[in-house]
Design a protein around this ligand. Sequence first.
Ligand code: NI
Length: 160
Amino acid sequence: MAIRNIREIGDEVLTKKCKAVTEMTPRTAQLIDDMLETMYEANGVGLAASQVGILKRIVVIDTTGDEPHILINPQILETSGEQTGYEGCLSVPGKTGVVIRPNYVKVKALDREMKPYELEGTELLARAICHELEHLDGHLYVERVEGELMDVDDMEEEEE
Ligand code: NI
């Protein structure tokens, strides 16, 4: 496994639409392992392949620290409710902003054996699913922020 370089806002690759994965190859399996390692090393809860410069429809998410979800070619089946909260992104370091998301999301995807499965999430997991899937279509959460994008450092000072 290897840590990959996380692309940051302003990098064109983050605005590109990712392509569906048609077969699991050793190269794609390696990419998934590297994405997980890169996400954990950066203390993130999710990472999309485009964030490491690869335009494939692959997302990894782990909102609890010990339950990695691998979503290949994910599609949202159902959403409900609403949550308002702060969001951040490893590709937009040091920033945060308020984004409204559904409170419940049901998604279908392929696992790393390319077997279809469904995943349901509420609260942070629902937020992470929505956030990561938008990366696959070339969108960043900053496009959806209510009000101002803020510096994380300023927020921490306000809390003191
Ligand atoms: Ni992100």
